[in-house]
Design a protein. Structure first.
Length: 729
């Protein structure tokens, strides 16, 4: 569709992204021209703090790659009769609208602020009937969050560089999330498993039906079997026992469906069921929203609009029959701390568009996520699943065995959807009908060894759940926060688990000792509450920032002078250097912790060490230095030697095993699923520029030269505390 040009007499509508602009322009008709601001049209500068430390006034700048957009918006706004600011309905969207109005010089009598939860013709028409002013309370809440995060990132991160290692970053939400991961890993490391055994019998009733039962008590006391010797003793006693049904208890139970999706529950389910990362989930959800398929995807509300409830009832009747439709709609109450801003859960904008009907309209990953949302929404308006639960207690010469069974009476909402869990549910089979007093035959008796298990490592899904439970961060912060931990090499993924690297322990210990409040869950949650109070207009934002900053900066300055780097990154040992006899310490290097002589000096290639210097270093016991992983079947196109996965100063890469004679490095492109907004023929890929910084560019380069610092169609997110000035180096 050819883009219409702004002319005198037209109305101008400004949104964040090109895809949202295309959808709105199609729905609004010929009287409107829709332009995209490409996210934040201005922001704090990258190269300096950009905040007046006396007044906390931000020094906003227009980035170079936004200048062209700003000029066009000024021109179009001047020609337009009215300017409709239709950015998203959260704090970030409100701030974008305010920045656009200021940058484009839109007079108050000409501008209109509109918001909507879904991009549908009816929702847009209704929103344009009720324009409002820009909500400065929401803008100020966003400014306060941005300023606090910038202050933490740009003041604390350089201290980490000085005391630990260059390139590290700290942040208000990021550092708390890292502490949770590190504390959990230490809990796992400190865990001491305890042995125990269970005894399970295979029994048969008079009708020949078989079922298992577990031994639970002996002579009125709970059975605890600590080792094999005790297990063998109990097995011998039970082998010749008479088994008789002592009691039969049957009851009906029901299980209600999960609530419709919020941002965090969508991220968790997409991780569990689809294997999507949080970032991938939000990119795809943003695409679905901007194309008009789902409602706004940054929300912590469980509410569904009455029109959606009515439509869900009709779709359930059509798809599953009257037995699966509720007489009255089910309403859910939002329980998350500080639920804010968006007033509806995530749902399809049109539930009659079934997952199968959308197959041709959506890309594969979009269809997977849409199907998840569609099924979850319908299931939330379906009746409970009903079960008949049976419990049998069986006596056997002083022992009591128990068998539990469950039979599904009515599947209810399970016809549409079953919520995922981090741990797989144990299947409970139905039990045969037996009578109290009936004798049973013993067919077999097993004794099984077990060990108590430590708590599981965090996954992306379980970490989001924990952050939400503590009231840390907001729906828009979870994905970028965890992405930062991964990108900064604080944690790595092992299968789905998040495992902290050595540097994470050092950073967390440093922050816990010297900046305990920064990594305290309660303190971080209180800041979120203060931001909510600003958004409600209850307090001014500058005093909130000042109350945080004054003691914070005093501590940063004190620690910069009093903390010695060697106390942070070195750990004494009882070892002596095998080369020179000096003490050996454990140091933190780029690839983790290692043994090092206290007289260590890194020698220059081809030159002798200075007098008195020592170059001894060694990996810790049970650990090795960074190894090459040879890739089977991949050959260097330049010299024919095998390729290997290696690690360099900018992270992992694939290179030739013949290095340094052959310096071939395989180019790897991280695909984004976002179409290039310039040529509209290829996909944007993530690339690394000079100095190690990342940017997005068209995969058709050099035919198409489009580049951007931020992903144009990616979800605008509350930046998780400044990746710090490392990006400015």
């Amino acid at each position: 569709m050819a883009k219409r040009k702004a002319e005198d007499g037209h109305d101008l509508v400004v949104v964040e992204s090109p895809s949202k602009a295309r959808t709105l322009e199609r729905m609004l008709g010929p009287g409107y021209v829709v332009e995209a601001s490409y996210g934040h049209i201005r922001d704090l500068p990258k190269s300096k703090l950009g905040i007046d430390l006396r007044t906390f006034a931000p020094d906003y700048v227009i980035p170079d790659d936004s200048e062209k957009v700003a000029r066009q918006l000024r021109k179009d706004a001047k020609a337009a009769t009215r300017v409709w600011l239709a950015t998203d309905l959260d704090r970030e969207g409100e701030a974008i609208a305010w920045h656009v109005a200021d940058v484009a010089g839109i007079p108050e009598d000409k501008r209109r602020r509109v918001t909507f939860h879904e991009i549908t013709a009816s929702a847009i028409a209704e929103a344009f009937k009720k324009p409002r002013e820009i909500d400065m309370d929401l803008v100020n809440a966003q400014q306060a969050r941005r300023v606090v995060d910038r202050l933490v990132g740009y003041k604390l991160s350089p201290l980490l560089w000085k005391k630990i290692r260059y390139g590290l970053s700290a942040g208000r939400v990021q550092s708390v999330a890292l502490r949770l991961v590190v504390d959990r890993e230490r809990e796992i490391q400190a865990f001491k498993p305890e042995e125990f055994w269970t005894l399970d019998a295979l029994l048969q009733d008079a009708a020949g039906d078989r079922f298992p039962a577990e031994v639970i008590t002996h002579k009125g006391h709970k059975l605890h079997v600590p080792d094999q010797a005790h297990a063998d003793g109990h097995r011998a006693a039970l082998a010749d026992a008479l088994y008789k049904v002592a009691s039969v208890e049957k009851r009906e139970s029901s299980r209600n469906p999960a609530a419709p999706f919020t941002t965090s529950t969508l991220q968790q389910e997409a991780s569990r069921k689809l294997g999507f990362s949080l970032k991938r989930t939000m990119v795809i959800a943003q695409q679905l929203y901007e194309e008009g398929h789902i409602t706004y995807m940054r929300t912590d509300s469980l509410h569904l609009a009455e029109s959606a409830l009515h439509q869900a009832h009709e779709v359930v009747l059509k798809e599953y029959g009257k037995d699966y439709a509720l007489e009255k709609p089910r309403h859910y109450r939002t329980k998350s701390k500080g639920a804010q801003e968006a007033h509806e859960a995530i749902r399809p904008t049109d539930l009659s568009q079934t997952a199968s009907a959308m197959r041709k309209a959506l890309k594969p990953d979009q269809l997977k996520l849409y199907t998840l949302i569609w099924r979850r929404t319908l299931a939330s308006q379906m009746p409970p699943a009903r079960y008949e639960s049976t419990r049998l207690d069986i006596e056997a010469d002083g022992y009591v065995l128990r068998a539990n069974g469950r039979r599904l009476l009515f599947d209810g909402y399970l016809r549409a959807y079953q919520e995922g869990t981090d741990e797989p549910e144990r299947e409970i089979a139905p039990l045969p009908d037996v009578a109290q007093g009936e004798e049973l035959k013993l067919l077999g008796l097993d004794a099984t060894q077990h060990f108590t298990e430590p708590p599981p490592r965090f996954t992306e899904a379980s970490l989001v759940k924990t952050l939400e439970e503590h009231g840390i961060g907001r729906p828009s912060t979870y994905a970028p926060t965890i992405s930062t931990l991964l990108d900064r090499k604080y944690v790595r993924r092992e299968q789905r688990a998040l495992v902290p690297e050595d540097v994470a322990y050092t950073v967390v210990d440093f922050l816990k000792e010297h900046f305990a409040d920064i990594v305290d869950t309660g303190f971080t949650a209180r800041i979120e509450e203060d931001l909510d109070r600003i958004a409600r207009g209850e307090v001014a934002w500058v005093p909130v920032v000042k109350e945080f900053f004054d003691p914070f900066i005093a501590r940063v300055e004190e620690k910069a002078e009093t903390v010695k780097r060697s106390d942070v990154v070195e750990e004494a040992t009882d070892k002596t250097c095998p080369k020179c006899g000096r003490p050996v310490v454990i140091k933190l290097g780029r690839y983790g912790r290692f043994y090092s002589c206290t007289g260590f000096v890194r020698g220059k290639k081809g030159q002798p060490l200075p007098p008195g210097a020592c170059d001894y270093s060694a990996p810790l016991e049970g650990e090795q230095g960074p190894q090459m992983e040879i890739l089977e079947g991949e050959i260097c196109p330049q010299c024919g030697k095998p390729l290997a996965r290696r690690r360099g100063r900018f992270g992992p890469f694939i290179g030739c095993t013949g290095y340094p004679d052959c310096k071939y490095v395989k180019k790897q492109q991280q695909r984004t699923g976002v179409t290039c907004p310039e040529c509209k023929q290829a996909e944007l890929v993530r690339r690394r520029g000079r100095g190690g910084s990342f940017f997005y560019g068209c995969e058709r380069y050099p035919e198409c030269t489009f580049t951007a610092r931020e992903l144009p169609a990616a979800p605008k997110t509350e930046e998780p505390e400044a990746v710090a000035a490392a990006e400015t180096a």
